[in-house]
Ligand binder design. Structure first.
Ligand code: ZN
Length: 645
């Protein structure tokens, strides 16, 4: 803590200031948090599981250790040179007309985006596929297509005029040139200029992240023929044939404008530019698992330039991350067996039940909501599936893993995932399907399934500790659980009914009230400026800010209820309420490098951690707990505090 800061001036610094001041960011990190040690231990646990898997003689364990080994075997990678991607580059170089280009583009389509669960809107492929329950038919899986085609994280990196962004663009150009040169291309400067010009044009056709978040804009069903008329340029029948989607009767097109713009670019831009673009994207995608010169260049741009990290993570950590990303369920099974005691599941289940009970009470008590809307909201809460620890049914990750072919392994993994997701289209939805691996330290709401996942790995200290006081557990994991539940009713979640259909179940007045309050939250977060040239985007982060607002309120109520009328024990001179809010603020302690923070402000749908903590200024009980006065910076008069639920 830094008690020289008044809690009402900057509650984040009051709770975390001394830690922030005295904690250097280690050179191989883009950020630090008090939980960094736990993250480190977590990685070691995963490595132990992987290394032990090598000793077990069953096929699944073998694949885990082979994948890990293929990444670790630097001499094999060095010896192979660019050979592992050569056949792909040759195929690109042989493209001789736009029809063949369409085929090549279709073959690159992957299930690598996820609009509403993992909120990942980025793919460097021309488009991305997300398979999920249909907005208008939530009983079946449908195909959602999303914009893509740029390597940098967001359109702003191409379009923004700020000096910092211009500098990043300059370094990106050098990065493209370097990778092309390493891969053996002639005239890398000229090619790089064309590739970047094409990406710039694609970025201009893209929607912004704030616009992407609006599900109503995304509810566009196109039949295959519509693509030809609404987005001419690309040879769509050929594209869909190559992607194995030519039998699909319809698609959800998330950003129609981007499809029109990108397809037109396929038609109007010279073939050679597209071939360079495809070749570079292939090299870029696999550079980190090519020889050292490639991997170093990759780190130099993505680590140093984009995230300000000066030293690369040790190879074993990267190998763990790759194994985790490409065999998440296989590794998850081992993780749960070894590290997730059944008692934790029971205890967290109880916290979840308490929080749901609080939400039900709050919904029943709301005065502005019509009874009809209320009944629907409660039905939604009752139908919510809450997954704790791990899924009932594990995903099958069937692809060949070879101990000496890391590029091939990743290629086959991505292709297998695509085929797995593609095969789901049209089948019945399993609402208990998970989208996050048990060994992930995170939690998620799946709005179209009306469900939540709390992976085993987040149900450990510091988020949850069976021996900690209730105030600490409710302020930390309680607020996270409350956050996830409230996504059910945030600006996005509230658009879906109890079955996950995109359907307006609100009365006009209730919806207007909700939007009015949400608008005030947008304005509140718009005022925060982490940089002179960059403020938070209240609209882009609205759903998450609503979830923080409602989640903290509910966690507080559930905490109070858990005391069953007893006074909370003081600790280190802090009252129960003070402990609760401090635990909340300390659970978000994180020190970021400026470039990482900038990236986050631009591409994340969450507010950065420091500003997430400012949510307390909307909570009446926080003012009482810390005796916050009107002259303090976070002070809001009662009528300006935003309470959504
Ligand atoms: Zn969230």
């Amino acid at each position: 803590m830094d008690t020289s800061v008044r809690p009402g001036d900057d509650f984040y610094l009051y709770a975390n200031g001394s830690w922030e001041k005295n904690t250097p960011i280690r050179p191989d990190r883009s950020f630090e948090s008090p939980a960094s040690d736990i993250y480190d231990r977590h990685e070691e646990k995963l490595r132990d599981l992987i290394e032990n898997a090598a000793k077990v003689q069953d096929a699944n364990s073998r694949r885990i250790s082979d994948l890990y080994r293929s990444y670790m075997d630097e001499s094999a990678i060095e010896a192979a040179g660019v050979k592992p991607i050569e056949s792909h580059l040759k195929a690109i170089s042989a493209i001789s007309d736009k029809r063949q280009l369409a085929r090549a583009l279709g073959e690159t389509l992957r299930a690598d985006v996820d609009a509403l669960n993992m909120t990942n809107y980025h793919t460097a492929n021309l488009f991305g596929l997300w398979v999920a329950p249909g907005f208008n038919d939530s009983d079946h899986y449908h195909a959602y297509l999303m914009q893509g085609g740029i390597v940098l994280p967001d359109r702003e990196y191409y379009l923004s005029d700020s000096p910092a962004m211009r500098e990043i663009r300059g370094k990106y150009e050098q990065h493209v040139i370097t990778l092309l040169r390493l891969a053996g291309f002639d005239e890398p400067e000229k090619r790089a200029a064309r590739i970047i010009a094409l990406e710039h044009a694609i970025a201009q056709a893209h929607l912004s992240l704030a616009e992407d978040n609006d599900v109503h804009r995304a509810n566009n069903i196109w039949k295959p023929a519509d693509f030809v008329f609404k987005a001419p340029g690309l040879d769509w029948p050929e594209y869909f044939r190559a992607a194995g989607l030519d039998k699909q009767a319809n698609f959800y097109v998330w950003q129609p404008g981007a499809f029109k713009g990108e397809s037109a670019l396929v038609g109007s831009t010279p073939l050679q530019d597209w071939k360079d673009w495809l070749a570079f994207h292939t090299v870029e995608q696999y550079a980190s698992v090519l020889p050292k010169a490639f991997a170093d260049e990759e780190f130099s741009f993505w680590g140093k330039t984009l995230n300000g990290v000066s030293v690369q993570q040790p190879r074993w950590k990267r190998a763990v991350a790759v194994t985790d990303a490409h065999l998440p369920s296989e590794l998850g099974r081992l993780y749960v067996q070894r590290y997730f005691p059944p008692e934790v599941k029971t205890e967290v289940q109880e916290m979840v039940s308490n929080l749901i009970a609080v939400y039900r009470q709050r919904l029943q008590g709301i005065t502005w909501m019509a009874p009809a809307t209320k009944a629907q909201a409660i039905a939604k809460l009752d139908a919510l599936y809450v997954g704790i620890g791990y899924p009932d049914k594990w995903e099958e990750e069937n692809y060949e893993v070879k101990p000496d072919d890391v590029v091939g392994n990743l290629w086959r993994s991505r292709a297998a995932k695509y085929q797995r997701e593609r095969a789901l289209i049209g089948t019945a939805v399993d609402r208990k399907r998970w989208c996050m691996a048990p060994q992930t330290i995170n939690a998620v709401n799946l709005p179209v399934q009306n469900s939540l996942n709390f992976p085993a790995a987040i149900l450990q200290a510091p988020s949850f500790d069976a021996h900690a006081p209730a105030a600490a557990n409710y302020g930390a994991i309680g607020a996270v659980i409350g956050h996830e539940i409230s996504h059910t009713f945030d600006s996005e979640g509230s658009a879906f009914d109890s079955k996950g259909r995109l359907r307006n179940w609100w009365t006009k007045d209730d919806f207007a009230h909700f939007n009015g309050v949400a608008d005030r939250l947008v304005k509140q977060y718009d005022t925060y400026k982490p940089f002179k040239d960059l403020a938070l985007n209240g609209k882009q982060t609205l759903a998450e800010n609503i979830a923080d607002d409602a989640g903290l309120t509910a966690a507080y109520d559930a905490y109070k209820a858990s005391l069953k009328g007893q006074a909370a024990p003081e600790q280190d001179g802090f009252s129960g309420d003070q402990q609760f809010y401090l635990a909340f603020a300390q659970s978000w302690a994180a020190k970021l490098r400026p470039s990482t923070l900038r990236n986050e402000v631009l591409t994340d749908t969450h507010s950065p951690d420091h500003w997430r903590v400012f949510e307390v200024r909307n909570q009446d009980e926080w003012y009482q707990a810390f005796d916050v006065k009107p002259d303090e910076k976070l002070y809001l008069p009662p009528n300006q505090r935003v309470q959504i639920w």
